[in-house]
Write a protein of this length. Structure first.
Length: 399
């Protein structure tokens, strides 16, 4: 029995030695497959081909939308708001009455002015009649003086009375003009109780953007009631840094997108640029005018704008992830297909568009490393992900 146990123990030890030997051999084979001819460990990398692309130098900016024009409707006279003919979102026409102020006092003012004018005209009629009497009396006294019937003192008295009545007539005429002006003013103030939508003739209609008052409110002159917007055109306002400021000019086209309307792109043009940069932000205001015939774009929306500065057609480009920095210089790792090595090549880059970078020099061809280059040095052996074909095991099945 003891002999059987002894042989079983020896067999277990031999089996364990064989097992660990096989495992060690497998690891050695795998490790060897990852080493180059010099014994260096090969690095697993991903690659992408150098491409020819049309590249554009673009600036991307964010901003907000404003209406092309906005103004506040307010009364010119004080009073109670008696009527409001529109509300937020309504379309109003040029000349339309939007609101009315209580007008009883203004109607009375007109009536008073009309009465004052009637009195002034009556006084003028009386003055003109008295002037005519004075003129005839003066002429009669002068004729009698020529016949030596009246004295010189009587002539002077008649002349003075005539001049006095002539002056009173001029005063009466001036009073009539004064009362006519007062009546006109009263009528104008009465017309101010009907508040109209008035603007230039650029657009026939506008939208009510805000309402500030309710019917029945007591208003003083110039108290805001409504705001009116013109959004057939909207303005995208963006802030640009000085580096981009000098690459933008009036008339330049821009593409506008907004997260509120995914998949839709709007075209606009730069219409105004601030002549100076803000001393605190070091940015300048740029305004882009965008046609908005369907009123899809609304004031206050957050937008992204894209302005193209220049275009480089059919240039060499690589993925931005392929660019590395070594010793203060930019470069890429080109794949040497025969030696299965990564060759560090210094490059001069151009513009960046999306995920690609233009290679201005030198002329490149082949594949560049896009992932795993942080483990690479010039000449490092590589294993290209997805490019290693499965190799046959070299073993034949026993029949």
């Amino acid at each position: 029995m003891k002999r059987v146990l002894f042989y079983l123990g020896v067999f277990a030890v031999v089996a364990a030695v064989v097992y660990f030997t096989v495992q060690a051999t497998g690891r050695s084979d795998k490790s060897a497959s990852r080493r180059g001819s010099g014994g260096a460990v090969a690095v697993a990398v991903e690659v992408a081909p150098v491409q020819k692309k049309d590249m554009a130098d673009e600036g991307r900016f964010t901003g907000s939308l404003l209406p092309r024009s906005r103004f506040v409707v307010a009364p010119k006279v004080a009073g109670r708001l008696n009527k409001l003919a529109c509300d937020v979102g309504d379309t109003v026409s040029r000349g339309q009455v939007l609101a009315e102020i209580e007008d009883e006092e203004f109607v009375q003012d007109v009536a008073q002015a009309e009465a004052d004018l009637a009195i002034a005209r009556a006084n003028l009629t009386e003055s003109m009649a008295m002037l005519d009497i004075g003129r005839r009396e003066f002429e009669r006294v002068k004729a009698m003086r020529q016949q030596k019937v009246s004295s010189e003192a009587e002539v002077d008295a008649a002349q003075a009375q005539y001049k006095s009545r002539e002056a009173k007539t001029e005063v009466s005429k001036a009073q009539v003009l004064q009362k006519e002006a007062a009546l006109k003013t009263s009528r104008i103030r009465l017309s101010y109780t009907k508040i109209q939508a008035l603007w230039d003739e650029t657009t026939p209609t506008r939208l009510v953007g805000e309402r500030f008052q309710d019917v029945g409110a007591m208003l003083s002159a110039n108290t805001p009631i409504l705001s009116l917007l013109d959004i057939r055109m909207v303005i995208a306002v963006v802030e640009v840094v000085e580096r981009d400021y000098f690459r933008i000019h009036v008339g330049q086209e821009a593409l506008i997108t907004t997260g509120a309307l995914p998949g839709q792109t709007f075209r606009g043009k730069v219409v105004r640029m601030a002549p100076a940069l803000d001393t605190e932000t070091r940015q300048a205001r740029v305004e882009i005018e965008i046609p908005n015939p369907d009123f899809l774009l609304k004031p206050g929306m957050f937008v992204q704008t894209q302005i193209q500065f220049s275009q480089h057609p059919n240039v060499l480009a690589v993925p931005a992830s392929a660019i590395v920095s070594r010793e203060g210089a930019k470069g890429v790792f080109l794949i040497d297909g025969e030696a299965r090595k990564a060759v560090l090549t210094k490059v001069k880059t151009g513009i960046t568009q999306g995920d690609f970078v233009e290679i201005a020099s030198p002329t490149l061809a082949g594949d560049v490393v896009t992932m795993g280059h942080h483990l690479l040095e010039d000449g490092s052996p590589v294993l290209i992900a997805g490019a290693e074909a499965e190799k046959p095991s070299g073993r034949k099945e026993a029949k």
